[in-house]
Design a protein around this ligand. Structure first.
Ligand code: NAD
Length: 347
């Protein structure tokens, strides 16, 4: 018999139950649409504010709606007849974005506020909210060797300004919908997600994609230099996209995780300097490192404590960074070639 805590959509839903995914034109939302589609779900509604040609991935046979989910009426339309709603829509990016555009990040509260209400009113069975490790208390992340963050470390609250506070507040909305109204919500705190079909250029990209791109560009232009934000000693953990969507599915269908935030990330801590070395190894080059202390670098150290997820799901994200980064590097290399050839790219 399948253990209750190891349920997934395929064991819980009917194949024609309507699954709604907000932010489906972006990296993780787009991957989640494909994941459910590949499992045979026949009614998936993908929603994003971007015009369709700008969506990162489009899965054939999926209903696509271009709507701004900051608005209540659009959320109502998006959630009509939904059995499950996954909200991945947010105005976000890597450190370069979230340190500079705090107001935009905070405004995502409108999306989550209206989406959870619309899902509840539509009579959906479950709601998923994509929170972030940025919701954790920054005081615990001042050292590159800071201990890994466990779920209880979000309080006393001192989240990352802007983006982190929005996530923490939206988590609370989800928790209160369960406590007061009995509406089933699930919350994952993602730790840096990377992989093909993610932002790799333009200012919103995160460190793994940025490092791959910089190595590829250096090789292409014959430059022997790479610019690194900060001093490169900052540490993070990075989760491959396939692990992320699998984790979202498991978390959404676990009865022990109703309104209980949980880490979704790897516990493999790596410094930005070592991430550069790995990218160089994949690219087959060694570059001269130029450090720019004035660029955004985020907290000094952040890792995911996976004790809870292992206990509850008997699983944790496990794609080795080198394997995932190779796939990401190859994909970005092709994107880079396509861009030079004037073709449409993900940006
Ligand atoms: P992304 O930027 O690739 O995708 C987000 C999508 O949301 C975009 O396509 C954007 O157009 C859409 N969107 C923004 N505002 C919208 C609005 N008002 N209405 C409709 N659509 C809107 O980001 P992602 O990496 O796929 O992240 C998805 C979720 O996961 C976000 O909530 C993000 O905060 C969270 N998260 C991501 C990471 C990561 O490493 N990628 C880490 C922690 C948390």
């Amino acid at each position: 018999m399948v253990k209750k805590s190891n349920q997934i959509a395929a064991t819980t839903l009917n194949k024609n139950d309507l699954i709604v995914i907000g932010g489906a034109g972006g990296f993780i939302g787009g991957a989640l649409v494909r994941y459910f589609h590949d499992q045979g779900f026949t009614r998936i509604r993908a929603v994003d504010k971007k015009p369709l040609p700008d969506w990162y991935q489009r899965t054939p046979g999926v209903e696509c709606l271009c709507m701004d989910l900051q608005y209540e009426d659009n959320c109502k339309r998006a959630c009509e007849d939904a059995v499950e709603v996954y909200n991945l829509a947010a105005d976000m990016g890597g450190m370069g974005f979230i340190e500079r555009f705090r107001i935009e990040c905070l405004r995502s509260i409108l999306i989550n506020t209206h989406m959870v209400e619309a899902a509840y009113r539509a009579g959906a069975k479950r709601f998923f909210f994509s929170s972030s490790a940025c919701a954790y208390n920054v005081e615990l992340q001042k050292d590159p060797n800071s201990r890994a963050l466990k779920e209880t470390d979000a309080y006393p609250a001192m989240a990352e300004r802007g983006y982190g506070w929005e996530k923490l507040m939206s988590e609370m909305f989800c928790q209160e919908y369960w406590a007061e109204r009995g509406f089933e919500t699930h919350i994952a705190r993602f730790h840096n997600v990377y992989g093909p079909w993610g932002t790799w250029v333009g200012g919103r990209e995160k460190a793994p994609a940025a490092m791959c791109r910089k190595v590829i560009e250096a090789k292409d232009t014959g430059s022997d230099e790479i610019i690194i934000w900060g001093d490169g000693t900052q540490t993070r953990s990075f989760m491959y996209i396939d692990d992320c969507v699998k984790g979202v599915d498991m978390i959404m269908h676990c009865d022990e995780l109703i309104a209980v935030p949980i880490n979704l990330g790897t516990s493999h801590l790596i410094s930005i300097n070592d991430l550069v070395s790995l990218s160089e190894k994949i690219g087959g080059v060694t570059l001269k490192r130029i450090y720019d202390p004035d660029m955004p670098k985020g907290v000094a150290g952040r890792n995911s404590d996976n004790t809870f997820i292992k206990q509850i799901l008997n699983w944790e994200p496990d794609t080795p960074l080198e394997d995932g980064l190779k796939k990401t590097y190859n994909w970005i290399e092709q994107q880079h070639k396509d861009r030079k050839a004037g073709k449409k790219i993900v940006d």
